[in-house]
Design a protein around this ligand. Structure first.
Ligand code: BJW
Ligand code: ZN
Length: 286
């Protein structure tokens, strides 16, 4: 955990910043009970990434891939934002932001597909459109592989054949194609609305501009191994900005960060951003 001197110095940089970007990953949602991918206990310690997170894998075995995403959807549906999500969402509330960074604009770029940052923003600031980019898509979007129709879908389960399969992930069953989620418009096979390896993440142009403008990057709960997101902190540092990493353990490139807050980010974020202890406070105060 960072010393109070690090926190003081960080708060001073925060206070002077003009464009803050947070780049978030799976560790942000860990305290909400959503498994990460690569670290101990991560989803891909027991499930081969390439057999699940590519378009080729989906077309090869849509039944297996749907069981994986059904498990993830059911978990995310029941999860609630933690103090880390709430601290970042609080930076979107003008009075909260002004109290810690009087001249700054804040944008959250998340690689997470669980929708928890959206929930946190809605809880903290329901009347405001958040500056939030879900660059790897959403678990609760579906895309038709025939007609391309994209819809939000929060059904639980998403189709009857997947009922109960979330209880036995790893012991998959074979579900016939016609029983997997189908398009309401054309009956084509639906796929999850997430960005797989080899696909182009969403809103890259807007995100590129935000990163170009950023003078402070908060790199939160990501292994920083998946591009293009992994490159954003380097870009901010390259044009003279400050990088602060919030991670429970060391991660790729953190030796070059200006600030390193080691610890669970539902504790380190509220403390570093607002000077509050997540253990004793339900939500950030200024
Ligand atoms: C905590 C914590 C707590 C735990 N508190 N911390 C060679 C070089 C460069 C690039 C490539 C290359 N070969 C291939 C590529 C491209 C490829 C890539 O990057 N591959 C790498 C593996 C090398 N990238 C792509 O294909 C991307 N598309 C692309 O590049 O398009 C081309 C293009 C780009 C730009 C312009 C034009 C064209 C697409 C990537 C899509 C990634 N998709 C996934 C799956 C999404 C759907 C799903 O959720 O299933 O996204 S993969 C997976 O990894 C998921 C995540 O969003 C992503 C990042 O993972 P994340 O979030 O960092 O999680 P973990 O588990 O890795 O780390 C968790 C961290 O949290 C750890 O550090 C923990 O310590 C920490 N932690 N608890 C704080 N309480
Ligand atoms: Zn369709």
């Amino acid at each position: 955990m960072a010393s109070s001197k690090d926190i003081e110095q960080f708060r001073s940089v925060l206070r002077k910043s003009k464009n803050i970007v947070a780049i978030a990953g799976a560790g942000l949602s860990a305290a909400s009970g959503i498994p990460t991918f690569r670290d101990a206990g991560g989803l891909w310690r027991t499930h081969d990434a390439m057999s699940l997170a590519t378009p080729e894998a989906f077309f090869e075995n849509p039944s297996r891939v749907w069981q994986f995403y059904h498990y993830r959807r059911e978990k995310a549906l029941r999860a609630t934002p933690n103090a880390g999500h709430i601290a970042l969402a609080a930076l979107s509330v003008p009075e909260r932001l002004e109290a810690v960074a009087p001249t700054a604009r804040f944008t959250l770029v998340t690689q997470n597909v669980d929708g928890l940052s959206v929930k946190a923003f809605q809880n903290v600031c329901p009347s405001r459109e958040p500056e939030l980019f879900e660059m790897h898509g959403r678990l609760f979007d579906t895309i038709c592989t025939d007609c391309g129709d994209c819809k939000a879908n929060f059904d639980s389960p998403i189709c009857p054949a997947l009922t109960g399969t979330e209880e036995q992930l790893g012991n998959e069953i074979e579900i016939p194609l016609e029983d997997l989620p189908r398009c309401q418009e054309c009956t084509g096979l639906l796929r999850p609305g997430v960005v797989w390896f080899g696909e182009v993440p969403h809103q890259l142009e807007e995100i590129g501009q935000i990163v170009d403008d950023a003078d402070l990057a908060l790199v939160v709960g990501t292994s920083s191994t998946v591009y293009p997101a992994a490159g954003y902190a380097y870009e901010v540092a390259d044009h003279g900005g400050t990088v602060a990493v919030f991670n429970i353990q060391h991660s790729e490139g953190d030796e070059d960060a200006h600030f390193l807050f080691l610890g669970p980010c539902h504790e380190t974020l509220p403390l570093a951003l607002f000077g509050i202890n997540a253990e004793s406070e339900a939500s950030p105060q200024n």
